[in-house]
Design a binder for this molecule. Structure first.
Ligand SMILES: Cc1cc2nc3c(=O)[nH]c(=O)nc-3n(C[C@H](O)[C@H](O)[C@H](O)COP(=O)(O)OP(=O)(O)OC[C@H]3O[C@@H](n4cnc5c(N)ncnc54)[C@H](O)[C@@H]3O)c2cc1C
Length: 433
């Protein structure tokens, strides 16, 4: 007889939240994790003496956030940083026009008002969109409704393209019209000066986590589940599977029998994105004080358009930018130096010779990571928002899928991971927790 009631595959936030809840309820749980660490896409690097979050950084709104509640319970320090939702002007942002000069405050305000006007129209076009409409289709309708001249329209269009890329790591024509429906933020956003990974450590306390255990097959039948790994097989009554969509779709991870409908169809309509972080620490600050972010407009902004000022985190000058969507795909094969030079060329366009070489650099490689194969899932054209929840529908009372891609309200986030893990636990326990 198996010593375990439940096998949890994956020690990211979804898996840890599920295992925590089940263990607290008295179930015998084992967590199988491929990596030599917990946390998954919540991953903090400290190798160079700095604290750098290479995966998630933000809680996108602390109001009613279960992640904020957990972070407080674990004593995690938080710093307000309300620019993580690609807002046009939630906090001071230094905008640079296509010619590389900073916009006046009044011009930046007018631009932000333009974005708000497009967004107000966009909601109706999204609601009335055809099932096969892309985010490009609906944003073009909303832009046309404004009756602006070509230059003003183009500035707003490029903002909408960048928002699709930064929020979902997807090119605007590949994202479903409803792909940003969840894009609302309640309350301030925060980040973690001591690292987001403390959340994972807090959830994992005293759990039975087997690191370095790569799962390749999940066989399920009425009597229970048998999981094949490179370190032997594990059996239990039921299982919570939290591996990312990229792994679920990869040939190295098999369900036997295969995932049934409607789960399989929902999985087919979600895709992993291309989204990488570039963190640059500088010997001296060359950008203005009192701005949360730097943004540039115009043709030069195609790849590198937004830099987030992380200086307040540790008191050392630091900027975060993203290779998102097409930029991440195109630079995937580049080495770090080439990527950094490409970013610096744009910063030098704005700030000239004051831009020194960075002293420390981090470039992430989530697209090449075999245990995620991308950063998070996005809705391809033809998908529906419900596909997230449908992916998590219990299978035969035995299998429960969880993870960021399985939570319709706020997918692609740490919140989604945590909520989906708890939901899986509740379904197994047959009661709320
Ligand atoms: C660059 C980046 C920036 C982000 N920014 C934010 C942000 O600011 N705010 C936010 O809320 N979210 C952000 N996210 C998203 C957030 O990190 C994820 O939504 C969340 O961490 C996913 O948790 P999860 O438990 O669903 O998946 P994961 O964390 O991926 O956990 C799944 C686990 O399964 C393991 N696994 C995979 N394959 C196998 C296998 N074959 N056998 C055994 N184990 C396996 C993995 O190693 C992993 O530990 C970001 C993500 C990235 C990558």
């Amino acid at each position: 007889m198996s010593p375990f009631d439940t096998i949890v595959v994956g020690a990211g936030i979804a898996g840890l939240a599920a295992a925590r809840a089940l263990t607290d309820a008295g179930r015998k749980v084992v967590v199988l994790e491929a990596r030599d660490r917990i946390g998954g896409r919540v991953w903090t690097d400290r190798s160079d003496g700095f604290v750098t979050d290479l995966g998630a950084s933000w809680i996108h709104g602390v109001t009613d956030s279960p992640v904020a509640v957990a972070a407080e319970a674990f004593g995690m320090r938080m710093v307000e940083f309300t620019v993580g939702g690609y807002q046009p002007d939630s906090r001071p942002i230094a905008y640079y026009g296509p010619d590389g000069t900073r916009l006046t405050d009044a011009a930046a305000r007018r631009f932000a008002d333009d974005i708000r006007a497009v967004d107000a129209a966009l909601a109706g076009f999204v609601a009335g969109s055809a099932p096969d409409a892309s985010y490009r289709d609906v944003t073009e309708q909303a832009l046309a409704a404004q009756g602006w001249d070509a230059e003003r329209t183009e500035r707003a269009r490029e903002f909408l393209e960048h928002r699709s890329e930064e929020q979902y790591g997807a090119w605007i024509e590949d994202l479903a019209a409803h792909g940003l429906d969840d894009d609302s933020i309640a309350g301030d956003e925060v980040i973690f000066p001591d690292g987001y990974d403390r959340l994972a450590a807090g959830l994992a306390a005293d759990l039975d986590v087997r690191l370095g255990t790569v799962v390749s097959r999940v066989a399920w039948a009425e009597g229970g589940v048998t999981v094949t790994t490179d370190r032997g097989t594990f059996s239990a009554r039921d299982a919570v599977i939290t591996v990312p969509v990229g792994v679920l779709k990869s040939p190295g991870f098999a369900f036997d029998p295969p995932l049934p409908e409607p789960n399989a169809g929902a999985l087919g309509r979600l895709e992993m994105n291309a989204f990488e972080k570039v963190v640059l620490r500088f010997p001296a600050k060359f950008w203005d004080d009192d701005v949360y972010a730097i943004r540039q407009q115009g043709p030069e902004s195609r790849w590198w358009h937004s830099w987030y000022d992380l200086t307040a985190l540790h008191g050392t000058p630091a900027l975060l930018t993203f290779a998102a969507g097409p930029a991440a795909v195109a630079t995937r094969s580049w080495d770090d130096d080439r990527i950094v030079e490409s970013v610096l060329a744009q910063l030098r366009r704005l700030f000239g010779a004051r831009v020194e070489q960075p002293s420390h650099v981090h470039v992430t490689r989530w697209q090449d990571d075999p245990f995620t194969l991308g950063s998070y899932a996005y809705m391809t054209v033809g998908s529906t928002t419900d596909d997230h929840d449908v992916l998590a529908m219990p299978i035969g009372g035995i299998l429960h899928l969880a993870g960021e891609a399985t939570w319709t309200d706020d997918p692609a986030t740490v919140t989604a991971a945590m909520e989906s893990g708890r939901r899986a636990a509740e379904r197994i326990l047959g009661r709320s927790i």
